[in-house]
Design a protein around this ligand. Structure first.
Ligand SMILES: *[C@@H]1O[C@H](CO)[C@@H](O)[C@H](O)[C@H]1NC(C)=O
Ligand SMILES: [Fe+2]
Length: 426
């Protein structure tokens, strides 16, 4: 089995896009995490995500098949709620078959409340808990892209776990399985301590595509099975793009690796979604992509997911007065001024690249010189971000750098919502 995987790995690494030639020092080794229990019904890789205003999706994997049931309640050990969902599994290249992927939506839930839950019914031995987001400001998001499964990833996750946040946002590139499906399982186990306690809202990157010519023609198989996001609830027909609200914040999760051309399903969905945004109830409007539209690093310049998607959608976001656009892909941190069509524009979004989660490819260290005026802060180091919507008009953004094993604030800025700027009225 190990030999087969070795061969598969060699063949497939050659096929992976974006093989990088630039200098990326300071990598740390990849982790391999085994299931914590031999019990075929033991919940493995538990993670949760928001569904609509007051529900939560609970996802977990079991070796054996069991009822996809979650019991939950606001007191530990007492479960007044119960819900049953669906189970799926998938094959990859004949030699890999996933466990049973259980997917259950629970609710309605009260805001800002700790819920205790068990996956698989009341007899399950392990109790988990999560907190729902509040129904008033402040709202706190942790943000990190391009995570992977390395010792650096672990360090980033430990730092995030020490910061009291409501929702985690991941701008694409999750496991870096690169077709080796057991890595998705390691990723699920690595993130479980965080992702079982706070909703993880993710979008896809190039490492989620996992399409193999002839052998596995379907794209996003592992991603779509394992990371079911609330697309149905946001009127989207694809798990690759959707939107969600957290109280006064509307977040657009766009798909850099889905069709984004004018007239495409994603484009039409985005137009419709933006029309439905009411800045009186959601004064904050945030977009998340994977391949950055603005980037002064030498890495990943000129890719169509950056250039063509920007060309297609930048004006839509600008006219809607999107406040902030997060991207990943480039393994470094960069913050821009408000920008539209490559120039400063006081009614344009602030662009932030936060692809510094810690994956095995290392950092993108070479920057264009001189620094373009629109780029306000850039640094090739691992870390993550804190975004606090303090109220309807003011938000605080902070970049936390992994200084070896300590999280240190290196960049921070107050932002004001464009919805409050009368000279930028929509
Ligand atoms: C919003 O928060 C900012 C920053 O803390 C503060 O200066 C401002 O007064 C607040 N606005 C309102 C309406 O409370
Ligand atoms: Fe990427």
């Amino acid at each position: 089995m190990v030999k087969i995987w070795g061969l598969v790995a060699i063949v497939l690494i050659v096929l992976v896009q974006n093989v990088s030639s630039y200098d990326r020092p300071g990598t740390r080794k990849n982790l391999v995490i085994h299931p914590s229990s031999d019990d075929p019904l033991s919940p493995d890789q538990v993670h949760i995500s928001l569904v609509g205003p007051d529900k939560m999706r609970i996802s977990w994997i079991t070796k054996g098949s069991a009822m996809p049931t979650v019991v939950y309640g606001t007191t530990s050990g007492k479960y007044e709620g119960s819900a049953t969902g669906t189970t799926s599994s998938y094959h990859f290249l004949l030699i890999y078959c996933s466990g049973r992927i259980n997917d259950v939506v629970i609710g309605p839930l009260k805001p800002n409340t700790v819920y205790y839950y068990k996956c698989g019914g009341p007899s399950s031995t392990q109790e988990f808990s999560f907190k729902t987001p509040p129904s008033q400001f402040p709202i706190k998001f942790a943000v990190a892209g391009d995570l992977g499964t390395t010792e650096w990833t672990k360090s980033t996750l430990e730092h995030i776990s020490k910061w009291e946040h409501d929702v985690f946002i991941l701008p694409g590139d999750l496991s870096y399985a690169n077709f080796l499906q057991p890595v998705w399982d390691t990723f699920g186990r690595l993130v479980q301590p965080l992702a079982s306690q706070r909703p993880w809202m993710v979008t896809n990157g190039n490492h989620e595509v996992e399409r193999v010519p002839v052998l596995h023609r379907q794209s996003f198989t592992a991603y779509n099975h394992r990371w079911h996001m609330p697309y149905e609830e946001s009127g989207s027909t694809s798990n690759l793009y959707y939107s969600f609200n957290v109280f006064g914040v509307h977040v657009l999760m766009l798909g850099s690796y889905a069709d984004f051309a004018p007239g495409s399903d994603q484009y039409q969905w985005l137009e419709k979604d933006l029309k439905s945004v009411d800045r009186k109830t959601t004064p904050w409007l945030v977009a998340v992509i994977h391949a950055p539209w603005y980037n002064t690093n030498e890495a990943h310049q000129g890719e169509k997911e950056s250039v063509d998607m920007k060309e297609s959608m930048e004006t839509l976001l600008y006219k809607a007065r999107v406040d902030l656009v997060f991207a990943g892909h480039v393994h470094a941190y960069e913050r821009f001024n408000r920008v539209y069509q490559d120039k400063f524009d006081k009614c344009g979004p602030v662009y932030i690249n936060i692809g510094d989660g810690g994956n095995l490819e290392g950092l993108a260290t070479v920057y264009k010189k001189p620094t373009p005026e629109i780029s306000l802060f850039r640094e090739a180091n691992f870390g993550h971000g804190h975004l606090v919507m303090a109220n309807a008009t003011h938000a605080h953004w902070e970049w936390q750098r992994n200084d070896d094993d300590v999280s240190v604030e290196k960049d921070s800025v107050w932002l004001t919502s464009l919805s409050a700027d009368s000279s930028c009225q929509i």
